[in-house]
Design a protein around this ligand. Structure first.
Ligand code: SIN
Ligand code: CO
Length: 375
């Protein structure tokens, strides 16, 4: 993507300008971000997805001042009549299940893949919504069908209403209000309070991001570093020829503490070890993702990543679906191109080494990628 090219999606800003001025900083309303927007997933498809095992969905209803929340799968018969006001069904990660939705999410790849999360779709009847709240993540709220009134504010008081199954602000103070029509889009940085209320039947597509939590990231990265350290062959054994006799046998020897400290520091100091662990964590598929293996086949005419595949790279590695590979030279250039554009053409493949071709075929066999004559 040319990050210096003005985009209608960003109201005529270039991705570079948007990231500099708005991203993580202030909201942006874009009228007709996608003109004549034809939502790839409509009401019927959304309800069908909400009923499936392995698809993350929720139904929220607001009745006589009471909020109720039900987690999916939500069978069609449990969805209230369309004439009943104030309910909403939300389906997370629709991009994992639908190619056109996945393609729509790709328009936002001026943000690193490592930060992009998923595309959620909500359907609401008149008055429906999830209540005033704030998210810890950036979000683009793209109006797909009908109208929705968004009220937003910077909200100092983040206290929540007690005793509810969902997080609803106790004292929401809206500062701005917009009614979004199909194709309009509102960008909100993390922490901005918002309340979107459907005006008649309404569908909203939310492009969501993920932000690592420091403690969780430390746990995940350290677990992988620990696995790697545990595989070290001929690892030295603790020796203590100078250990004196002790009259307090319960006390841990300081020398053993030092040995442990050194072991951990060495594990973390393995060249590229932390970066490798991070790449593997970031490309680990979500727990509800699985791939369908395919027959071995030739792919002379190009290859495209499966929509569920996560692929990234760093200076020394390429990462795909939680696996890492060391890559250098021409093959690294090729694999980085695959991660960036998610496909390789026949011309790209003609320059690939036998090792790279073998790896690509293996990924096609596991269902991580597919032969693609259109690439
Ligand atoms: C919705 O689509 O109703 C909720 C989106 C959000 O507030 O993040
Ligand atoms: Co929200």
């Amino acid at each position: 993507m040319d990050i210096q090219q003005p985009l209608a999606l960003l109201g005529g800003l270039t991705p570079a300008q948007f990231m500099r001025t708005y991203w993580h900083k202030k909201p942006l309303l874009v009228r007709q971000a996608i003109a004549q927007f034809e939502p790839p997933v409509g009401r019927a498809e959304l309800f069908a997805l909400a009923g499936e095992e392995g698809v993350e969905s929720r139904m929220i209803q607001h009745k006589k001042g009471q909020w109720s929340l039900r987690h999916g799968p939500i069978p069609r018969r449990s969805i209230p009549p369309l004439k009943t006001p104030e309910w909403t069904v939300l389906v997370q990660g629709v991009d994992l299940h639908d190619d056109a939705t996945h393609a729509l999410l790709q328009q936002f790849r001026f943000v690193p893949e490592a930060r992009l999360d998923d595309l959620m779709i909500s359907y609401a009847t008149d008055g429906g919504g999830v209540g005033p709240h704030f998210d810890s993540y950036d979000v683009f709220l793209l109006q797909a069908h009908g109208r929705r009134r968004w009220r937003i504010g910077r909200q100092k008081d983040l206290s929540l209403r007690g005793g509810l199954p969902l997080k609803i602000l106790a004292n929401f103070v809206p500062e701005q209000e917009f009614v979004l029509e199909p194709g309009d889009m509102l960008y909100l940085p993390p922490g901005w309070a918002h309340d979107g209320i459907a005006e008649g039947e309404c569908m909203t597509y939310s492009i969501g991001f993920r932000s690592a939590n420091r403690a969780e990231l430390a746990r995940e990265v350290l677990m992988r570093v620990a696995d790697e350290a545990g595989d070290e062959e001929d690892s030295p054994i603790y020796r203590d020829p100078k250990q004196p006799a002790v009259d307090r046998p319960g006390a841990i020897p300081a020398q053993l503490q030092e040995f442990a400290r050194d072991a951990v520091q060495r594990a973390l100091a393995q060249p590229g070890g932390l970066e490798r662990a991070l790449g593997e964590c970031l490309t680990e598929p979500k727990s509800n993702v699985w791939f369908e293996p395919a027959e071995a086949m030739q792919m002379l005419e190009g290859v495209a990543l499966d929509r569920r595949t996560r692929m990234m790279y760093d200076e020394r590695h390429v990462f795909i679906n939680g696996d890492s590979y060391r890559a250098g030279g021409r093959d690294a250039t090729l694999m980085r191109r695959l991660a960036d554009q998610r496909f390789l053409t026949a011309a790209d493949l003609a320059r690939a080494s036998d090792d790279a071709l073998e790896l690509l075929s293996a990924w096609c066999e596991t269902g991580w990628a597919h032969p693609d004559p259109q690439s």
